[in-house]
Write a protein that binds this ligand. Sequence first.
Ligand code: ADP
Length: 503
Amino acid sequence: MAQLNIVFIASEATPLAKTGGLADVVGSLPHALKQLGHDVTIILPFYRQHLIKNNIQTQALPQTIEMWADHKQHLCPLHEAKVDGLRFALIEQDDLFDREGLYGPAGGAYDDNLLRFALFDRVALEAAATLNKRVDILHCHDWQTGLIPLLLKTQYQHYANIAKAKTVYTIHNLAYQGVFPADWIHRLGLPTHHFHPDGYEFYGQINCMKAGIESADMITTVSPTYAQEILTPEYGCNLEGFLKQHSQKLTGIVNGLDIDDWNPATDKTLAANFAAGKIAGKAKCKQALQQQAGLDIDAKVPLLTLISRLAEQKGIDLLLANATTWLERGYQLAILGSGESADEHALSKLAKAYPKQMYFFCGFDENLARQIYAAGDIFLMPSRFEPCGLGQLMAMRYGNIPVVRATGGLKDTVIDYNQVKSKSTGFHFEAASAQAFDVAVEQAISAFQTPTIWSRIRNRALNRDSSWQASAQTYADLYQTLLKPAPKKKVRKTTSRKTKPRK
Ligand code: ADP
């Protein structure tokens, strides 16, 4: 298979800057593509504060790209970071990206997000044109890079190195579409002839995700079930009709994990390491978390866990509706998350009321996340929708059995105890109701209290192949398909038949 030059353009990637699963994917899929023999460069904004916090060493490159946007010239020096053998090109624009948040202050969005990411998209295209000899694939992710396929086709065809690149646009979450007032079209020089309902216009406004969907050569989303769901009014976020128009280029590929990084047998942040067949360390992790969190130290009490953005999508209301009942039944809860302040307050209040049973850490903390994945018995993911979800993959990898709503990638990656007992790695519930969630949790608790059943489920979860291997191959095949020259249309040879003169 020919080696491809692939450029990922995204707004976050581990270990440089992360708010959620997008960062995990953009930081790990390129490793798997490299292992298949391809060359991958990742272009990100230069988030100065995050790079410092995450100890990322960077080097200034000789190029500075000048860009006019919103009646102002922006100078954008380029930097490079080499992390675990991967090359990142970073676009500096401190006025726009040297901030505490990636997209906004806690729970909010910056007012100038369109300027930030439209400028980033343009500079990223120019950077891609200068960093690589010839780019085969430009792989863009979520609304922040949705304008790229459109800009490439309409305004960047004079850059020889990228002009022929094929674009892949991955929707990691359709709920965030990047919708902004139309006056930005002129302030940013966006192509006006695509501003109509079949283009990037959305009820009189700019919709960055529509630009990506319209113009990309291929659209992917992060699980086969979500790829189907987004064509329905329930999950389509008002784009189901538009997506249906483009469904011939839409496919769902389930996410993987960097299984070397997420490995309970070697993870240095844990109190003890463990693996399938060598499970003793997991009990130590549970004990260490109980101690650190001020919970009763008890190996037998079920420890329910949740690590999540606190947003409506994640079904935190379903958890809150059940939490007191579960605590009254004697279970423990360890929760890590931040987001909507009403949820933060409700969880803090509950943790204060049950200090020996409930721990809530409000914030974002990767090491603590690892410790909770490792310590927990049951991992809760009651999402209203979930494009893929990485939490449940990490939980299974750490022997923490997921109870999930049967939607999107949760349905595709967790095998339900009720459907195939002998292969199950967790528990599903269908209705987005507190009652259905409670029934599934009770089922998980009863399995937990039957050690022979529990150890079988846990072993299957620990042994699940959550690596990128299969999915990376699917992406690579898709790239190759896009690059295949279109078959030439056969021209039928026609022999000129002389019509006999009529008698
Ligand atoms: P989403 O991308 O919608 O937030 P995913 O399940 O796909 O959800 O990915 C979430 C990622 O973010 C996982 O790696 C999870 O461990 C991590 N994460 C979520 N909240 C926190 C937090 N408060 N602290 C540390 N990591 C978190």
